[in-house]
Design a protein around this ligand. Structure first.
Ligand SMILES: Cc1ncc(COP(=O)(O)OP(=O)(O)O)c(N)n1
Ligand SMILES: Cc1ncsc1CCOP(=O)(O)O
Ligand SMILES: [Mg+2]
Length: 518
């Protein structure tokens, strides 16, 4: 169950009196307090006003904003979510929506009649439906459902809208909606918006205990790229009010918003252009997808992490081991002495209680060398010891769930063995992907199929073609002689354990590996 906030409908900064004071500050605070998606709906604002507001919202939150008007601003601000009113939906061809999806946009729309749900294109990741209850802010907009209403089939995720507040949020969950869009409950008293948002968030049933995973696969998809850099003409970009705009809930769901068109249409650079450039650090690794999306379906709209650029992820990862007659801590000490700066504590077959003291000691060791500690498998331990990162495999806790524990600042890596795994990890918000195994190794049991050089080459080529830039770390049975060829496949770095620990001169080996990788 997701909570989506729709912005205050009033004017943006610079707008006439009556506008919300320090709107950007309030929006930043909502994001800081866990807001996942903000729908920026500014029917009365000019493009310059919306632009100004966006520029005042912390850029790390831009990927969580959906634009109702002025879709043309999406690229400039790294926004990949666009909303379409009912009227705009009707005026836009399926091909155009497809094209937007292919360019990496997450599309949403509005319906008033539940029957319309079946007619929606699968291009839409979710739709607003409402007003479900009597509007809080707009008197006279009456709810269309009663308390016995229950959604059964939902080809598209459905977000309830209208009159939702603390008193009825639970009803929305019981009705089987995928989320609730909040407007009046926050903006009736803007000075209490953050506290009211927190109250509403606390009422949400956690997804795991609700037995649902929130939005279904396909949500927030960013799919397939197209060779053409521009969208086909859609509908005109006109001011909403020139199109019979009326304010109130109906306008969120009804006519009036603007969408790509004319010279201001959404422009996503051709991924081919992107590859020759250094990734723009404005985007977190996962968010590079927006600029150069994958050809594969991608699954989460909500796997966010904050801006971390490629340099944040080291190229040589040491994986601790208690093979070779050493304890985990001794193996870490050895790697640190040799110059490793990125240490993963990977303790298998021990309880969380047993791993915690090891993690605390490992953290102390790493701190002494100014090295980064990554905890394998245990999000709670990673948080507890203030590790730099957490690594999760495909059968470990899901990354978005772990993020709720470790927060957005912590580096979270995810394991992958196939292209689909990689895309999944990227969409989950992984900061890097551990791809392997390269070859057989006894360090890990139950290995996934071995990829070999050919496997890496194919996967890396496919990723490059799809414009993905999330750092890929090769792992599994890697020896120093593999590194140059592996690097040529395009991987960002390597993770190694036994070959380092068994090296005759580990310091020399680490130094050579580092110079090969840089
Ligand atoms: C950098 C890196 N990549 C992959 C893994 C493997 O993680 P996982 O699949 O969860 O397996 P275990 O390591 O937990 O056995 C990793 N640890 N590090
Ligand atoms: C954790 C892990 N995941 C895939 S292979 C592997 C072990 C890496 O260690 P080594 O470098 O000794 O093969
Ligand atoms: Mg694991």
């Amino acid at each position: 169950m997701k909570l989506i906030v729709i912005s205050h409908p009033g004017g943006s900064p610079g707008a006439p009196p009556g506008s919300l004071r320090d709107e950007a500050g309030l929006i930043n605070k909502l994001f800081e307090n866990g807001l996942q998606i903000l729908h920026l709906r500014k029917p009365d604002s000019t493009r310059e006003q919306v632009k100004k507001l966006l520029s005042e919202i912390d850029q790390k939150y831009h990927s969580r904003i959906s634009l109702h008007q002025y879709h043309c601003l999406a690229e400039e601000f790294g926004i990949f979510r666009l909303h379409f009113t009912e009227k705009e939906r009707a005026a836009t061809s399926w091909d155009d929506f497809q094209m937007m999806r292919k360019r990496g946009f997450t599309l949403s729309t509005s319906i008033h009649d539940i029957e319309q749900l079946d007619t929606l294109s699968s291009c839409f990741s979710y739709a607003f439906f409402g007003p479900v209850f009597d509007s809080i802010s707009k008197k006279g907009y009456h709810g269309v459902v009663n308390n016995n209403f229950k959604l059964t089939k939902k080809p598209v995720n459905l977000i309830a809208l209208g009159g939702i507040g603390t008193s009825n949020l639970e009803n929305i969950q019981a009705m089987n909606f995928d989320g609730a869009a909040i407007l009046g409950a926050l903006w009736e008293q803007p000075e209490d918006a953050v506290i009211n948002f927190r109250r509403l968030s606390q009422l949400l049933v956690p997804e795991s205990s609700a037995g649902r995973s929130g939005l279904k696969p396909g949500d927030g998809d960013m799919v397939a790229l197209s060779p053409s850099p521009r969208l086909k003409p859609g509908i005109d970009e006109r001011r909403a009010d020139a199109d019979g705009y009326r304010s109130g809930y109906h306008d969120i769901c009804g006519p009036g918003c603007t969408s790509p068109g004319g010279d201001d249409r959404v422009h996503i650079p051709n991924p081919q252009d992107q590859q020759s450039q250094r990734p723009n650090p404005r985007f977190r690794p996962g968010a590079h997808n927006m600029r150069a999306p994958s050809q594969e379906p991608q699954n989460t709209a909500y796997g966010f992490s904050q801006s971390k650029d490629l340099d944040t992820i080291a190229k040589l990862h040491f994986i601790s081991s208690q093979k070779s007659g050493l304890s985990h801590l001794q193996s870490i000490q050895k790697a640190l002495d040799a110059g490793c700066k990125w240490i993963q504590l990977r303790v298998k077959n021990q309880s969380e209680e047993d791993v915690l003291p090891l993690a605390l000691k490992a953290k102390k060791l790493c701190d002494g060398y100014n090295a980064k500690l990554i905890i394998n498998d245990f999000p709670l331990i990673a948080k507890e010891v203030r590790a730099y990162g957490l690594h999760l495999g495909l059968s470990d806790m899901k990354i978005p769930q772990a993020r709720k524990i470790v927060g957005n600042e912590m580096i979270v890596g995810g394991t992958a063995n196939t292209f689909e795994d990689i895309i999944l990890r990227i969409n989950e918000g992984a900061d890097y992907v551990g791809l392997g195994p390269y070859r057989f190794t006894t360090t890990k049991q139950n290995l996934s199929p071995i990829l070999g050089l050919e496997g890496y080459q194919k996967l890396m080529d496919r990723l490059a073609k799809a414009g993905h830039h999330t750092p890929i770390i090769a792992i599994g049975g890697i020896v120093p002689d593999d590194i140059a060829t592996l690097k040529n496949t395009g991987v960002h770095g390597v993770a190694m354990s036994s070959a380092l620990l068994q090296s005759a001169d580990i310091k020399e080996t680490v130094s050579k590996i580092k110079s090969t990788l840089c």
